[in-house]
Design a binder for this molecule. Sequence first.
Ligand SMILES: [Zn+2]
Length: 253
Amino acid sequence: MLSIVSIILGALIGSFLNVCILRLPKEESIITPGSHCPSCQNPIKFYDNVPLISYILLKGRCRHCRSAISFQYPLIEGITALGSLILFLKFGPSLSYLVYFAFLASLIIITVIDLHHQIIPDVISLPGIGVGLLASLIIPQIHLRDSLIGIVSGGGSLFVVATLYQWLFKREGMGGGDIKLLAMIGAFLGWKAVLLTILLSSLIGSMTGIIIMVLKGKDFKYAIPFGPFLSLGAVISLFYQNEIIFWYLRYRG
Ligand SMILES: [Zn+2]
């Protein structure tokens, strides 16, 4: 029963994340005005704004002007609902569930905004560092010391990589946004997960880069935003860090 509540809560929050994704890069208010169709500007009524369900009932089109509604909306709502359910099944009805759900929601916003605009909004990552640090005081999964080392190692390691990269190649490879994002990830997950996140995101990121180069024939300077890979690495670390570290320690020799 509570699992169903976590799915509904996830879909509702997902709907709010869509608003953040659309408006944060334009520095618009995320509260007012209410949602409106980007084509005809007609306000969207509450009964047309039910996460996932309205999209299906309206067959993906605006009620007034019939222009297509981006598939991104139901996609984000679906992913957020699923993420909420998985976290609920892992942590149960607890503060830990709420903390990690807030963390996941931030990563979803950051990923989509970085994909569209190649920026990671400070307004998410900087407060995120503080929230992660505070959370380490109240949830049993992480201790304050681990969170602090996570912030320093996360932000610090990327800062060193970014500086080296700039010095070697004379151009910016990684932005300050990535550095603040990894500091936030460190705050929530601790330093071990930071190392794992760097490893996983570099691995997945470079494989994706090679695939894109082969498929599109773009050269190495074609910049792919790194934020989505850091976020993906962080989500994998959140769910599987114990299993991966255990597996590594068991099979390394
Ligand atoms: Zn419309």
